[in-house]
Design a binder for this molecule. Structure first.
Ligand SMILES: Nc1ncnc2c1ncn2[C@@H]1O[C@H](COP(=O)(O)OP(=O)(O)O)[C@@H](O)[C@H]1O
Ligand SMILES: [Mg+2]
Ligand SMILES: [Zn+2]
Length: 554
């Protein structure tokens, strides 16, 4: 292929520009009426037609067609020269390049020379926000008193970086992201002209991926069709490294329905069709972020198709905010989880298993994992997680009868069971995790509520609590694990700890001393670590069946 499609397909006439009707209409009218301004600022996302439109305007003002309404004609000498990049009176400056400062300084000297070929000298300054202050000043002087034969077209993706002094001298036009349907129609027409065989649903996927940038959409199509084979949806998914967003939707539905089998099905479908696990996790995060924005009444910030937005709105109504945040956090973790590199789906599966659990909680660490065998957690294909009945209520302190007898014996299987049966310890004769002393189950079950209670009192404490990676109960002391000393020290102030103790008390009805330790990247706390040794008196009291009502050893 000699020329990249996006260049080859650059619109040569006004009507070939898609999705920017509001801009094109105004410019056409100005050309027709002979009332073109001297300074324009085109802003908008990349690949939406700013440079293209700037060149069309340059062509139009210099076109030789006698009828102004037909300019640019794309046939006269001048139009041809612009198309071929050899029109002397069109000067394009890329502000992102190093030489641009000098270019702009030169401008002031050169600008007074009359155009050599056409009627107007047109200066297109692309990525104008990249100009240095010195260059902006030089430009400003020129904009203050432009010679009648000069037209400036500034283009930028970051309009907020343009000094107000410059803004106020330009006619501003905002380029929009182009809607999916328009991109599909455009690609489909272009593909037909090129005799490319592309399935319509592949185009749809491409257009969605491009998030409104025509250039990106064209480049993706270019990449996919370079094999010369028919471009199918399946192939597009593989090459683009994505699962169709439908899979993401279905996954979120499964999470809402607490349906592990359906959720696992989605994950495996995405992975089997060639998606990268972390990329898929990122898509889930992006999507959930949209759901969150809807919940926070900020749907305007979402960059998605109307259909997807409708789904987000429907799902937003079903999520409770804490659960949504927790799910978002879990998948965000999966998106960055280094374990994915050797066990691609693991991060996703864990996130799903935890998200489906009845109660949101920090990364679980039910069983102590000896430092010698940091055995990875594994998840069965269909975790036996079921929606559980309501968690134990407040005022019902921990009494996991019969399980405290062997506190020293590590649980036989490590963290194999996302099913965390300790939610119903009394009825389940399973060995509890060694660390599962009185209250851990309740604390875990109520963690979201506890965090909520803390948050109501202090946002700062809640924030410090949020960075807790894991927690456990050791000798009646609640131990919070933090990744670094810095975050640990943020939590371990007397005020924070007191607040947390009160919150726990108000939610689970019992009070626990709290300590914070550093666990690094571990997701569990090694309760055998001698530095974690608890208070012997407390321990003894608990062994005798005591229930902590007030904290006394912090
Ligand atoms: N609105 C549009 N209509 C048709 N094609 C477009 C449009 N926007 C971009 N393109 C395609 O993308 C390429 C790059 O567009 P360009 O005008 O350079 O984007 P920008 O300057 O906004 O980043 C063009 O050559 C054209 O093929
Ligand atoms: Mg451009
Ligand atoms: Zn012409």
């Amino acid at each position: 292929m000699s020329q990249a499609f996006y260049r080859k397909w650059r619109p040569r006439l006004w009507e070939q520009v898609i999705g920017q009707e509001h801009v094109i209409q105004t410019l056409r009218n100005a050309v027709r009426a002979g009332r073109v301004g001297h300074a324009y600022l085109f802003s908008g996302p990349r690949g939406t037609g700013k440079t293209t439109t700037a060149r069309l305007l340059a062509k139009a003002v210099n076109c030789l067609d006698p009828d102004p309404a037909k300019r640019p004609c794309d046939a006269c000498q001048h139009c041809a020269a612009v198309n071929e990049g050899r029109f002397l009176d069109l000067i394009e400056i890329d502000a992102a390049s190093n030489t641009s400062v000098d270019d702009v300084r030169d401008l002031r000297e050169k600008i007074n020379f009359a155009p050599s070929q056409g009627q107007y000298k047109v200066y297109i300054i692309d990525e104008v926000h990249m100009l240095s202050t010195a260059a902006f000043n030089a430009l400003l002087k020129t904009l203050e008193e432009p010679p009648p034969h000069a037209i400036f077209i500034l283009a930028t993706t970051e309009v907020h970086k343009i000094p107000p002094t410059v803004l106020s001298r330009c006619q501003r036009h905002e380029f929009r992201r182009v809607p999916v349907a328009q991109i599909v129609a455009h690609l489909s027409q272009k593909a037909a002209e090129e005799n490319l065989a592309v399935d319509e649903d592949a185009l749809l996927l491409i257009a969605r991926q491009a998030t409104g940038s025509v250039r990106d959409a064209i480049s993706l199509l270019d990449q996919l069709s370079s094999t010369g084979q028919r471009v199918t949806l399946g192939e597009a998914q593989v090459v683009l490294g994505t699962a169709a967003s439908e899979t993401v939707l279905a996954l979120v539905d499964a999470i809402l329905a607490r349906d592990p089998a359906a959720g696992m099905g989605c994950i495996h479908q995405a992975l089997d069709s060639g998606s990268d696990a972390r990329q898929f996790a990122r898509q889930v995060v992006d999507y959930l972020r949209g759901v969150l924005l809807v919940r926070l009444n900020n749907a305007g910030l979402i960059d998605a198709t109307p259909e997807v937005k409708a789904h987000m709105a429907a799902q937003a109504a079903q999520f409770e905010t804490p659960r949504l945040l927790e799910t978002l956090r879990l998948f965000n973790e999966a998106a960055t989880d280094p374990r994915s590199s050797w066990q691609p789906g693991l991060g996703l599966e864990l996130a799903l298993a935890e998200a489906i659990e009845e109660r949101p909680a920090p990364p679980p660490q039910p069983a102590p994992t000896g430092p010698a065998q940091p055995s990875p957690r594994s998840v069965e294909a269909t975790p036996p997680v079921q929606a559980q009945p309501a968690a134990p209520q407040a005022g019902e302190p921990a009494k996991p009868a019969g399980t405290r007898a062997q506190p020293a014996a590590p649980a036989p299987q490590s963290e194999n069971a996302p099913a965390k049966s300790e939610a119903a310890p009394a009825s389940t004769p399973q060995p509890a995790p060694a660390s599962g002393g009185p209250g851990l189950a309740e604390i875990r079950a109520s963690w979201a509520k506890i965090r909520q209670a803390v948050k109501q009192r202090s946002g700062l404490t809640a924030a410090a609590l949020n960075s807790c990676r894991t927690f456990t109960l050791k000798d009646g002391v609640l131990i919070l694990g933090y990744q670094t000393e810095l975050v640990r020290s943020k939590m371990e102030t007397e005020e924070n700890l007191a607040l947390l103790r009160e919150a726990i008390k108000s939610v689970v009805g019992a009070s626990f001393p709290v300590r914070c330790v550093v666990v690094g990247n571990k997701t569990s706390i090694d309760v055998d670590d001698p530095t974690l040794a608890g208070d012997g008196m407390v321990r003894t009291a608990l062994d005798l069946g005591g229930v902590l009502l007030s904290n006394n050893d912090e």
